[in-house]
Every structure is written in C-alpha cells, then in structure tokens.
Design a protein around this ligand. Sequence first.
Ligand code: NDP
Length: 460
Amino acid sequence: MPSAPSTASATGSLTSAESIRLVLDTVEARNPNEPEFLQAVHEVLESISPVLEAHPQFVDGGILERLVEPERQILFRVPWVDDAGRLQVNRGFRVQFSSVLGPYKGGLRFHPSVNLSIIKFLGFEQIFKNALTGQGIGGAKGGSDFDPHGRSNAEIMRFCQSFMNELYRHLGEHTDVPAGDIGVGAREIGYLFGQYRKVTNRHESGMFTGKGVQWGGAEVRTEATGYGAVFFVEEMLGVHGETLRNKRVGISGSGNVAIYAIDKARQLGATAVTASDSSGYVVDDAGIDVDLLRQIKEVERARISEYAARRPGARYVEGARPWEVPVDVAIPSATQNELDADDARALIANGLRAVAEGANMPTTPEAIELFQSAGVLFGPGKAANAGGVATSALEMSQNAARQRWSFDDSEAKLRAIMADVHAAAFQAAERYGRPGDYVVGANSAGFERVAHAMLAQGVI
Ligand code: NDP
C-alpha cells in the first residue's frame, strides 16, 4: 500500500476550495478506517470556504493541515479485575487536539462503541465548540470501550482507578482538564478524581470539571448542557418572534443532557413528550415527569421501558427512535448519527419548526440538508450543546479563584453565554453570505478564532 502523503502546505496559489479538497484528500488517505472522524472533518471544512477566501493568510499558514492532525494521541491498556475475580482488559484513549486557546478540554466517554475514530471526531468538534464559547479552553476528548451497564459500583471504581493510573500523567489544571460524557457521570467523576488525588498527592480542583458541588464542583454544571440546548432553541425562535411556550418538544436519550433539556423545556412552558435509550422510546403526551425519569435512570439505573410501566398514559415503543412522534422542536440528546434522512422526513412532514443538537453530531449530513432546505431552524451541536463546556470553564474559574457562585448567578451566566454563542454563529453566517445557516455560522466563528491564535503563535 502506498504511504499516505504528508500535508505539506504548498497551497498558496490554490483557491480556498482547492486547498480544502487537498486537505480532505490527505485526511481520507491517512485515516481510512475512521468514518466518524472523516464525517466531522468534512462537515467543518466544507463550510468554511468563505472564511479562507476572506483570510488567505489561513491558507498560507497551513492552518487546515495542522488542525486535522491532533497535537497528541494517547492510547493505553486498562487492566482491572471484575467481581468474579476475572481479569478484564479495556482500551483507554485521550486525544489532545488543540491547546492553542487554553488547556485541552473535553469529556471522557465510557461506551462499548468507543474507538479512535469516535474519540477523534469528538475531539475535533470540541476545538471549534470551545472556541465559540469565547472561553480560554482548547479541544480534546477521551474515554474507553468499557461498558458500565450492569457493572457493580465496586467494578466501576476499580475500572476508573486503573484508567486514571495511566491517564493522570497527561492531565492537570494547566494541561488537560477532562469532564463527563456518555457513561461518565457524577459517580465515575468522583472515582476518577479520587484516584488522581491519590497518585499525584495533590487536591487540584481545576484538573476535572463536573465534580460534586460539595468538593469543588460548580452549580449548574450538571444541568448546563441540557439547559443550554433549550436556551439555544429560545434564541433561534426569538429571531422570528417566537418562543417555546406551548410547543411540543421531542427529546432522545435519557441521560444527563436529555433529563435537563426536558426539565428546562417544561420550565419555559413547553411540553417535552419523549425520552429514549438504546432499547426504545417512551411517549407521554402529558409531558415527561422529570422526577420519575431521574429516579429510574439516575438512581435505579433501569431501562426507559420502566417509565411507561409506572406512568399512566405513557407508552413504550420497543426498538424504535422517537422521531416518528409529531413535535414542533426536536432535541436529539443521545449519540452520534441517531437522526437520519428518514427521521428528518417524518419530522418535517409532522410540521417540525426547529432542531437543536444536544448530542454531538446526532444528525446525519443528509438529514441536516433536508432540515435546512425545508426551512427548519437547525442548531448544530457545536453551538447548541456548548453550554456544558462553557459552564465547565466557569467551574475552572471558580476553582482557580477559590470561589463558589450561586445557582441563580451561574444559570444567568449560562443563559448569557448561550445568547453570545447564538449571536456569534448567527452573525458569522450573515457575514459569510449564508444568513440563518447556523452550521456555517458556528464553524466559521469557531474556526476564525482558532486560526488567528494559531497564526499568532507560530508553527507549532
Ligand atoms: P449519558 O450517558 O448520561 O446518556 C446517554 C443517553 O444516550 C442514554 O440514554 C443512552 O441510553 C443513550 N445512548 C447512548 N448510546 C446510544 C446508542 N448507541 N443508541 C441509542 N441511545 C444511546 O450521556 P450524556 O447525556 O452526557 O451525553 C449524551 C450526548 O450529549 C453525547 O453525544 C455527548 O457527547 C453529548 N454531550 C454531552 C455533554 C455533557 O455535558 N454531558 C456536553 C456536550 C455534549 P443507554 O443507557 O441505553 O445506552
């Protein structure tokens, strides 16, 4: 097999479209078995041609060639012993993509589907999302193919300790600051932070975000991604003089993002009628009962079907996704590529008005195109779910200053940040001739900030 070409930047005489094509060809040749990573790179690069035309120095400076290659990738063995005394071995990942705007920042995902492609797509997206928040945070992502489902607390703890026994040497409040993601919630963050403290002999609050509020965590971090996605919907609707009041909202997932999106939608006068997990979905026309959902998913760690079993009027649909239910607003909040072209057609036929991605890359490229050509407002994850990482940056600030802000203050800050993220994406879309296109807007605004910083800091 011929070796993949290096991305030498000899693109000075090329048009922006040609230089993007050249970089995409190289990325494809170098990463042939990484479909999710290639999907994420395509989505960003194909939308920023106008930015390169306006800034030829970004082409000459080889910004794209450098951005598509992580600064560092760490792959490691995670051995641990299960409750039956059997040795288990998982794979650990941390991809540190860009530290040009601040320490690496991005969550850890524990799910059996995790591989290098998924971690790289998430890390790549994180660069631009973090830039868009306006905070000083770089982009990274990590995790493991470990499956926490059905494991005892003791097994989860032993796994987290083994994972951190390797990863600790690459972390630190000024170096790399992880947080949670799929399969990594309050319990896992506690065990991971505890082991970091043990092996480093440092209580370094700012090296992890999403911590318990009793030991360095920030108010509203738990709620931030879900709340933020709903605030983003309000911003998009607000441009057209509409609000969420009396709208029906369809939400997928039943984890951290989904639960708090449902909660905030209800607070703003909407009715969130669906929730799901990997087995199926529930529909509850009276509005999902958040307390019951939290009891089932967070306390009992049971399946979503339990919700319909206990809630009169709710219905469980096995093996299907919630997008067949008529709603005004959809907030996919489970995982990547969970809303495809068929789902998009069904939602549009049922009169959908807006989509905000609570999850990362939940909408396939074909579905995004369908939404945009049908005039559905579409908020990509980089903008719509940026509230989580933005509040993580607030947690880092509070840790550095040894301060603690109130819930109300923190929520007001989150709301203001989401308004700023919306404005940045909205204005960039207008500036680059694609009014109302939040994909172009979010990618362009995030990319511009990163690219200027890279030029200023030299060839690194
Ligand atoms: P959780 O682990 O808390 O919840 C994940 C939910 O999604 C569960 O209901 C899970 O169901 C479902 N799910 C996971 N994988 C699949 C799958 N392959 N098919 C169908 N359903 C699936 O994770 P979060 O809520 O934290 O994360 C959800 C999404 O939001 C992810 O894309 C994440 O990257 C993104 N995100 C999260 C942020 C955060 O602050 N937590 C910040 C920004 C983005 P089951 O239990 O059956 O697996």
